[in-house]
Write a protein that binds this ligand. Sequence first.
Ligand SMILES: Nc1ncnc2c1ncn2[C@@H]1O[C@H](COP(=O)(O)OP(=O)(O)OP(=O)(O)O)[C@@H](O)[C@H]1O
Ligand SMILES: [Mg+2]
Length: 187
Amino acid sequence: MPNILIADDEKEIIRLLRIYLESDGVTVFEANDGAQALDILEKEDIDLALVDIIAESYCDFEDNGIELNIDIPDEAIMINADRSELKRAVTNLIVNVYKHNPSNIRARISVAEESGRAEIRVADSGDPLPEGVDIFEPFVTENTARTVGRGTGLGLAVTKRVIERHGGEVKVRPAADGYTKEFVIRL
Ligand SMILES: Nc1ncnc2c1ncn2[C@@H]1O[C@H](COP(=O)(O)OP(=O)(O)OP(=O)(O)O)[C@@H](O)[C@H]1O
Ligand SMILES: [Mg+2]
């Protein structure tokens, strides 16, 4: 029978999943944060790890009618970063996708290793980015009618600061496969 690790800071989610999985004969291990999760991964023979961040985003995307593709490699990629700060940095990119685009678009979240560095990428097939401004600067937003939720313009600046503090970088580049652009966090 498989051993499954559930890593989530939402205890209720763990509780519900545990009931469901255990009734199927699965052995469930739980972790409430990244450190605990790593500890369990070292000690136990885990077949599958369920981690919170993607599950949360799934709900957001579904609610906003956005088709989400996730491309995460089977083998673990170690990222040395403060878990909650990294989560905040990535969440800002994800929230922007549904906040600044129409609902009938596609998005892709992928994680990969490139030249020995971890990359977390968020691409979408939505509108092009505003031209002639540095969107990573604080308070830069585009106030057009198509922008549904008007933000303060701090999200990307926070992401950039957090990532640079960890010795990484964040960039945006044009993307292939029908995607308009792709934000890349490199750590
Ligand atoms: N995925 C995206 N698609 C289209 N436009 C985007 C996208 N991400 C960022 N932008 C543009 O870049 C601007 C800056 O983004 P940023 O996250 O810094 O601020 P915000 O989302 O407007 O406000 P906040 O994040 O503080 O709520 C946005 O106002 C928007 O015009
Ligand atoms: Mg934002």
